[in-house]
Design a protein around this ligand. Structure first.
Ligand code: CP
Length: 478
């Protein structure tokens, strides 16, 4: 298996075939967890946790010790040189010269990618802000597969904080790739972010039907969903008749209910207002309904109030199994990334290839819209230049390569201008036909007319076009 020396930053760094192959190694290791102590003997894992953790950190450290390796750790950024202003890149380079593999959790979105870009050794993302938590998804998928033998065709409800829940984002992508139908039940104001929805619908080929189209029964019933994602493997008519089909879906039962706590530590002032609404709770009363008769109750933990303790003895409750499986899952992952184990991979589906979007790398004109992105942090801007994948041109949509939030720049120009006269150095609205006409390698984008003019471009007759959804209002203040 060609996993040796690779990093795991997002769940899309592994193909479905690689995940299945990893699970076969997890099965093998689970059966003999105390007989694996020669596999990584002499290897060192650096465990860098700059946000609180019980399960992820301790299961990674237990996994490395079970494999016969050793662990060096930093569990508090204030006790490292990050507190003196050291960049993540410098830290990663240095730790990369002390250890064989790095596991990192950091509050900035995209921090794990930066560490992976600079460490020179495999890096595993143990959670980067509200972005992704791919190894939790491996534990979640493995649990579903163990309990239900398959993921394809299952109806899986994601419940709670879908906005900031990084485990939800990684799991959503993986469920879509493996062909599940996903039912979204967010807390108030905590719907799935737009950039996650776009990736879901444009890259995994399914269809998302939103709340407004779902019909009163679903909206006001026991399971008031926000949206449903239907995979391309579902029957076509399901996607065509959302109201009826969703009732059919629910009547057939929910296979798994994946609950998350409110990620209080990530809320901003607007979220604080919305938080006053009712956060959904899973309890015995809800699980009495026939839709949940065989439902696996899942939670990445820690829980707060959203999952009642009265369910702990219920055979449907899976959350402590998910946590326990963290050790063999992470043992298998470490062994594969270190090249200490190999397993054959079979690719059975079309989700093995990532879309090769053109990149915008000019480093000026536009920055990531997400204040929590690593590319926006003072210590990191000295060496990180904003970079984006150009994922659509109508409206022009750039996806940050670090945190995956999207920006919709208002103005564009072409680097081709100099082939003509200086008077040809024009900028246009990003909503004009020029967004399709300018080749990706020549594209220059600007957030504002002021920036375009500061770079020597003059307005064309295609500068004033109506704003499209998602575009920011520009201030003309000088
Ligand atoms: N599930 C999870 O990430 O738990 P910890 O925050 O305790 O690591």
């Amino acid at each position: 298996m060609a996993l040796a020396n690779r990093s795991l930053v997002t769940i899309d760094d592994l193909t479905n075939g690689e995940i299945e192959a990893l699970f076969s190694l997890v099965d093998e290791m689970s059966d003999s967890i105390d007989r694996q102590s020669d596999i990584c003997r002499g290897k060192v894992m650096a465990s860098l946790f700059f946000e609180p953790s019980t399960r992820t950190r301790l299961s990674f450290e237990a996994a490395m010790q079970r494999l016969g390796g050793s662990v060096i750790s930093a569990a508090d950024a204030s006790a490292t040189s990050l507190a003196k202003g050291e960049s993540i890149a410098d830290m990663a380079r240095v730790v990369g010269s002390y250890a064989d593999i790095i596991v990192i959790r950091h509050p900035w979105e995209g921090a794990a990618k930066v560490a992976a870009d600079y460490a020179g050794i495999p890096v595993i993302n143990a959670g980067d802000g509200g972005h992704e938590h791919p190894t939790q998804t491996l534990c979640d998928l493995y649990t579903i597969k163990k309990e239900r033998q398959t993921i394809k065709g299952l109806r899986i409800a994601l419940w709670g904080d879908l906005k900031y829940g990084r485990t939800v984002h990684s799991l959503t992508y993986a469920l879509a790739r493996f062909g599940a139908t996903i039912l979204f039940r967010p807390g108030p104001g905590l719907e799935l972010p737009e950039h996650v929805i776009r990736k879901l619908t444009t890259e995994y080929g399914g269809e998302l039907n939103r709340y407004e189209t779902l019909g009163q029964v679903v909206k006001e019933g026991l399971f008031p969903m926000d949206a449903i994602y239907i995979t391309p493997s579902s029957p076509h008519q399901l996607a065509m008749m959302p109201d009826i089909s969703i009732q059919v879906e629910l009547k057939s039962g929910v296979d798994a209910l994946y609950v998350t706590r409110l990620q209080k530590e990530r809320l901003n002032a607007t979220d604080e207002q919305q938080k006053k609404g009712k956060y959904p709770v899973i309890n015995k009363k809800l699980l009495k309904e026939k839709e949940f008769k065989r439902t696996l109750v899942m939670h990445p933990l820690p829980r707060v109030d959203e999952l009642a303790y009265e369910l702990d003895a219920d055979p449907r409750s899976m959350y402590f199994k998910q946590a326990a499986r963290g050790v063999p899952v992470r043992m298998a992952l470490i062994a594969l990334l270190l090249g200490a184990k190999e397993v054959p991979v079979t690719e059975k589906d079309s989700f093995s290839r990532k879309i090769d979007y053109p990149c915008y790398r000019r480093g000026f004109g536009v920055k990531c819209s997400n204040p929590k992105c690593v590319s926006r942090q003072e210590t990191e801007t000295k060496y990180i230049k904003p970079q984006f994948k150009i994922v659509a041109n109508q409206p022009l949509t750039l996806r940050c390569i670090y945190c995956e939030h999207e920006v919709h720049p208002g103005y564009i120009a072409s680097s081709d201008w100099h082939e003509g006269r200086l008077s040809n150095k024009k900028y246009h609205s990003a909503n004009s036909h020029w967004a399709r006409k300018i080749r990706a390698e020549n594209l220059i984008v600007f957030d504002s007319e002021i920036e375009a003019e500061a770079c020597g471009f003059k307005p064309s007759s295609y500068t004033k076009m109506p704003k499209q959804k998602g575009q920011r209002k520009e201030s003309r203040k000088k």
